[in-house]
Write a protein that binds this ligand. Structure first.
Ligand code: ZN
Length: 462
C-alpha cells in the first residue's frame, strides 16, 4: 500500500515546513516536493492547511492494572483505541512484579491481557518491587532478549510496591551494567504513611486529606535522594510524574554537578490544581499520587519544559469507574488512585501549551513524542517524521474547537477529569505504521493491530 500525503505542514522536534510525504507499507519512503506518477499510488490525500506531527508517545499508562481486587477500567482494547483517537500511537505500560515472585512471572501475566488485544503499538516498563539475588539474574535477559530496558521503582507504597535504598542501589548497579534505565516514583513512602495514619486517627477522611498527606516535601526529598543514588551509581534515571517546584529544584541542583536526570510530568499537573480537592467527594476524580499541586507548581513545570529540565509530558492514565472510586467514600486512603487522560493528553497540551503561547510547536512534538522515543530506545523508528521511520502520523485542524466530555470520549470510564474543557485544535486523522487508523472520529482497525516494540539499550543523554 502506497499513500501520498500532499502539501503536509510537517512539524517535528526541529523542523517546520511544507512538503509531500510518501508512505510505502509501514514506513515513510520519501519527503519533499514529490512528483510521482499517481498510477503507482494507491491513495492520494491532499491535506493542505493541516498540521502533521509524529504519532504521540505516552510512556506512562496503566491499562487493566490489578488493584485492590479490581482492575483499572480501561482494557488493552479500550485504552489503546482511546489512545489512537487522541493521537497517541505508542504507549508504555508498567508490568508490576509481585513481591516473592519473579519478573518473568509478572511479564507472563501482563502478556495474557495485552497480547492480541491492543490497537496501538506498545511496550512495557518492568516494575521491580522485590530486588533480590533471583531478580538480579533476570535483568540482563530483559534488556537483551525481551527489549524491556527500563525498570520502575517505587520509593512509596510501603508493604506493596516500595523498595528500600539498599535494593535501589543494587538494582541501579545491575541495570547500569547492562545498558538500562531506572524510572522512579519519587515520594517519601514513610512520611506519607505517617501522614495518612495521622489524618485518619483525627477523623479527617475526605479526599482533601489525600492531598494533605503528600505535601511537596515528600516529593522533593525523594527526588533529591534518587538523584544522589543515581549519581553515585552512574545509572541513568528518569523521574516519573514529577509535579512540583521542590522536586524540580532537586533535579536542577543535580545539574550543578554535571548530572543528567530525566524528568516526566503529566498533563494534569500542568493544567489542574489542588483547589479541585476542596469540593467534598467530587475531588475523588483527581485522587492520584502524587496529587495535583498549586498554581506556582504549574508555572515551574511549564518553565521546566522550556528550560529542557522536563523532557516528557505523559498521563499516568489509570482510570476507575465512579463506582470504584466510591470504595473510598468514607476513607480517602481507599480511593483507587488515578484518572483518565490517555485520549486527552495531546489535544490538551496543544490547546493549553501551543495555542496559549506557552510552548512552541517544535517543543510540543519534543515532549509529546520525540524525547520519549529517544529516552526509551525507540528512536528514530518512533518519535519523528523522517525517511525510514514508521509512518505514525497525526493530522490536525489547528483551528477547530471542541469540548471534552465523558459522553463523547472513548475511554472506558464514566466521568472525565476535564468535563466541559474547551480545546482549540482537533485531531482529524491518525496513521499507525502506514495505515489510516483514525479517520474523522472513526476508528478503522480492530484489536490485535498493535505491535509490541522491543526497545534498544538507553543512554544517559538524548
Ligand atoms: Zn503510574
Amino acid at each position: 500500500m502506497r499513500t501520498l500525503l500532499k502539501n503536509a505542514h510537517i512539524v517535528t522536534a526541529v523542523d517546520n515546513y511544507i512538503a509531500d510525504i510518501l508512505i510505502d507499507g509501514e514506513t515513510i519512503a520519501a519527503i519533499g516536493k514529490l512528483s510521482i506518477e499517481e498510477s503507482t499510488i494507491d491513495k492520494v490525500i491532499d491535506i493542505q492547511g493541516n498540521l502533521v506531527t509524529p504519532g504521540g508517545i505516552d510512556p506512562h499508562v496503566h491499562l487493566e492494572m490489578p488493584f485492590m481486587g479490581t482492575f483499572s477500567s480501561d482494557s488493552y482494547e479500550t485504552g489503546t483505541r482511546a489512545a489512537l483517537y487522541g493521537g497517541t500511537t505508542t504507549l508504555i505500560d508498567f508490568v508490576l512484579q509481585t513481591q516473592g515472585k519473579s519478573l518473568q512471572h509478572a511479564l507472563d501475566d501482563w502478556n495474557t491481557r495485552a497480547k492480541d488485544n491492543t490497537l496501538c503499538d506498545y511496550s512495557f516498563h518492568m516494575a521491580v518491587t522485590d530486588y533480590n539475588n533471583e531478580t538480579k539474574k533476570e535483568i540482563q535477559h530483559f534488556i537483551e532478549n525481551e527489549g524491556i530496558t527500563s525498570f520502575k521503582t517505587f520509593m512509596a507504597y510501603k508493604g506493596a510496591l516500595m523498595i528500600d535504598d539498599r535494593q535501589m542501589i543494587g538494582l541501579m548497579q545491575e541495570v547500569k551494567k547492562h545498558g538500562g534505565l531506572i524510572n522512579v516514583h519519587a515520594t517519601n513512602g514513610d512520611m506519607i504513611d505517617y501522614l495518612i495514619a495521622k489524618h485518619k486517627a483525627e477523623g479527617k477522611l475526605a479526599p482533601l486529606y489525600h492531598y494533605l498527606s503528600q505535601p511537596e516535601v515528600t516529593e522533593a526529598e525523594a527526588s533529591a535522594r534518587f538523584a544522589d543514588l543515581a549519581n553515585y551509581t552512574g545509572c541513568p534515571g528518569y523521574i516519573v510524574h514529577l509535579t512540583c517546584e521542590g522536586a524540580l529544584n532537586a533535579v536542577r541542583n543535580a545539574t550543578k554537578r554535571n548530572q543528567k536526570v530525566f524528568v516526566e510530568t503529566c498533563i494534569q499537573y500542568l493544567i489542574l490544581d489542588a483547589s479541585l480537592y476542596e469540593q467534598n467527594f467530587e475531588g475523588a476524580k483527581w485522587v492520584m499520587s502524587p496529587p495535583l499541586r498549586e498554581k506556582k507548581d504549574q508555572a515551574t513545570l511549564w518553565a521546566g519544559i522550556n528550560q529542557g529540565l522536563v523532557q516528557v509530558v505523559a498521563t499516568d492514565h489509570c482510570p476507575f469507574m465512579w463506582e470504584q472510586k466510591l470504595m473510598g467514600k468514607d476513607d480517602f486512603s481507599k480511593i483507587p488512585n488515578g484518572h483518565p487522560a490517555i485520549e486527552n493528553r495531546m489535544e490538551l497540551l496543544f490547546s493549553e501549551g501551543v495555542q496559549k503561547g506557552k510552548i512552541t510547536l517544535n517543543k510540543f512534538v519534543e515532549v509529546s513524542s520525540t524525547n520519549a522515543a529517544k529516552i526509551f530506545g525507540m528512536y528514530p523508528k518512533k518519535g519523528t517524521i523522517a525517511v525510514g521511520s514508521d509512518a505514525d502520523l497525526v493530522i490536525w485542524n489547528e483551528n477547530e474547537n471542541h469540548t471534552i466530555s465523558a459522553t463523547t470520549h472513548h475511554m472506558n470510564v464514566d466521568y472525565s477529569g476535564y468535563e466541559g474543557w474547551e480545546c482549540k485544535g482537533k485531531i482529524k486523522q491518525v496513521f499507525l505504521r502506514g495505515s489510516l487508523v483514525i479517520d474523522n472520529n472513526l476508528c478503522t482497525i480492530n484489536k490485535g493491530f498493535g505491535q509490541f516494540i522491543k526497545r534498544n539499550k538507553v543512554k544517559n543523554f538524548i
